[in-house]
Design a protein around this ligand. Structure first.
Ligand code: URA
Length: 452
């Protein structure tokens, strides 16, 4: 397949062909992405294109071409030009889940093993939290540094977690905003191209995808998540970036805590070895190990794990995290004194069990929605968050409780928001007479070749 040429674009002809089930060329998709970025394709045309793709789908070649065209609609980072080995540049992307704070530990752990992690993250919307919001809970931390600072921090420390810049994949920024208001978000080819165009613009040598399924995930049904994982792995590998996806279970909150500053504190406890919730540790190590293998820094996943555990145990991962925070404007002693900097909510409300029983499968999405009710998540992209609020001490499937035991502890700004959140949490964490055993945490590994 050839890349984009300067063929004159007649958007309505291209939309008509896709509407009628035809196949678009790389040159056409290149011109269309260019038109999205420079405004020559109108909002109506972009919406019609998205709806045509929604109904007609795209071949694998079309998906690769659209991804590359949207990547090339803006700046593409070039690590070789910055004197770095591009193969060592790796990243992880998660489709998001309630309590998913993996990136906070993974980036410094992988960097402490010699990889480079230029992580461009998003804010949360809806019930899944965003990595950037967690970093915004750290006073002074810059999630929007200039490109030179970003490159310098990656070069000197090994990792930097920042937000999407205006010059990165602008065609996706425009198309995503239009999809959001035209009921065309849920299109596999468009989701694939959207996620990957931004990731590939970071100039990666390898990518690991955490595709979550279950009640706390963006895609609840395991079959839908598998289709997305397969599409992303196929397209990323087709675009020349070796990619592995793990399908991970989000039917319960990941880790101990939900809420921005609370999750930042949990990540610091993890990195300093104070407390590592077992499921969170397993997912973090599994994804990190894949990154080390992709970066050529370990021969096997077992060897990669051993290296990662050693860097956790000797404090190197925590030190890398602390240096990254300081280099991007945060306090130099955040790791040593987190309570000095991370906001705490003024009020605590335990949600209590009204009967004895065992906790079964619950709706993790409700915990994410309860966080929104407390003010810690958003329903509108312009909303400002209360970083201090959240939920801790959440019981797990299989836990036995007595009447009056705490099911979850709410950290709230006021009684009204706590009452709303408490009602929602109590409606889902209901003790019963029996509980089914949860499924495997890592349900599948998708590599583009044979999958496990
Ligand atoms: N996340 C993205 O970045 N794009 C989508 O289309 C869906 C989720």
């Amino acid at each position: 397949m050839t890349t984009a040429t300067a063929a004159p674009l007649i958007p309505q002809e291209l939309i008509r062909r896709k509407r009628d089930g035809g196949i678009l060329t790389a040159a056409e998709l290149g011109a269309f992405a260019h038109g999205l970025a420079d405004g020559s394709v109108g909002d109506g045309q972009a919406a019609a294109f998205a709806m045509a793709v929604f109904f007609r789908g795209m071949t694998s070649d079309e998906r690769v071409a659209l991804t590359l065209a949207m990547r090339d609609s803006g700046r593409v980072l070039d690590w070789a030009a910055a004197g770095l080995d591009p193969r060592r540049v790796v990243d992880k992307h998660s489709t998001g889940g309630v309590g998913d704070k993996v990136s906070l530990m993974l980036a410094p752990m992988v960097a402490a093993c010699g990889a480079l992690v230029p992580m461009i993250s998003g804010r949360g919307l809806g019930h899944t939290g965003g990595t950037l919001d967690k970093f915004d809970s750290v006073p002074g931390y810059q999630t929007a540094p200039d490109a030179e600072t970003f490159i310098r921090v990656v070069r000197t420390i090994g990792c930097a977690v920042i937000g999407q810049t205006a010059d990165l994949a602008p065609a996706d920024r425009r198309l995503y905003a239009i999809r959001d208001v035209t009921a065309t978000v849920e299109s596999l080819p468009l989701i694939t191209a959207s996620i990957l165009s931004k990731k590939l613009a970071a100039g990666l040598g390898g990518l690991v995808m955490d595709v979550k399924f279950g009640s706390g995930a963006f895609m609840a049904a395991a079959d839908d998540a598998r289709a997305l994982a397969e599409s992303i792995v196929d397209v990323a590998n087709g675009a020349g970036v070796p990619t592995v996806a793990l399908m991970t279970d989000m039917n319960q909150v990941l880790g101990d805590r939900v809420g921005n500053a609370l999750e930042m504190a949990e990540a610091i406890d993890f990195l300093t070895g104070k407390r590592q919730e077992p499921r969170l540790r397993e997912v973090t190590l599994a994804l990190s190990a894949e990154m080390l293998v992709l970066a050529g820094l370990a021969d096997s996943l077992d060897a990669a794990r051993a290296r990662l555990v050693a860097r956790l145990d000797d404090g190197a991962a925590a030190e890398t995290f602390g240096r990254m925070i300081a280099a991007l404007g945060g306090p130099a002693d955040l790791i040593e004194s987190p309570t000095r900097y991370l906001a705490e909510a003024p009020q605590r409300y335990p949600v209590k069990a009204d009967r004895a029983g065992v906790i079964g499968r619950y709706d993790a999405r409700s915990i994410g929605v309860a966080l929104i009710e407390l003010g810690g998540g958003r329903v509108d992209p312009r909303q400002t968050l209360d970083y201090a609020v959240g939920i801790t001490d959440i019981v797990r499937p299989g836990d036995h409780v007595a009447a009056g035991d705490t099911l979850a502890l709410l950290h709230a700004r006021d009684g009204a928001s706590a009452a709303r959140a408490a009602a929602r949490v109590a409606a889902t964490l209901v003790p019963g007479d029996s509980a089914e055993t949860p499924g495997p945490l890592i349900a599948a590994r998708i590599t583009g070749g044979a999958n496990d």
